[in-house]
Design a protein. Sequence first.
Length: 265
Amino acid sequence: MPRPSATFAVWSSAWLAGSAAPDDVLDALAPWADAHDVQCVDDATADATRLPAPGAPVSSLTFLLAALRRLAPRGAARLVLTAPGDIRGLPGPSSFGTAVIRAGEGVFFPDAGLGLVPSQIADGVLRWTVYPVPDPGAPAEHVPQNQAERDLREQVRQSASILTDLGVARHRPGVREEIAAALRSRPQSLWPAGMPPQALRVLQHADEVEAILAAASVDEPGGALSASAATARREALRPLETAVRIARRAAVAEAVRVLASAPLV
């Protein structure tokens, strides 16, 4: 469950605050895809942002950053992560919200009235589609980092206990190696100077828990779970998946707050 939106939210906020160069943003996004392009969802958004309309040749992240600078000179981004039954952080009804629900992630710029949703359109190519967001909706839920980190650790403990009680958390040879390999295979996130240490720690922990979730969702070699056991496993893991999303949102929100309030350099 890669999240390039988290990288973009943090780095674009640093760029808008004047504490990062455009090349820094591009370098940070490079691990997520060999190429990134940009296109608007409709003609009106293209006119407002001076970015390509549907059907026109695509643009680059450099022009997207310039558009954000014009429309929200010191604006801060909001990371939006959703899942079935969890749409916290979405702005008011819009095509952006529909796209985020489908993709599971996006970046919202309240001051610019714009949202971005990444999607892989070809091998090694990530497209950032720009959406209008006319209604910012309610302010994003504030979850203190201490609480998010504490809740994530508690959900790890509870989920492990429930899975053991259900008999679906048996030892699988090589599972530690699977988790380590999953972490190695993830794009290596780069973060700006000035990132709050706790935010970095929470993001790293969320990555580790996500790798554990992936391993816990795989059936043991040579056999599959019964339908009832698979359902029980899924229900046991769902709160942990939610805790990972909340932790990521909280960490990114704190990083954006710190970086966006930094003095211009």
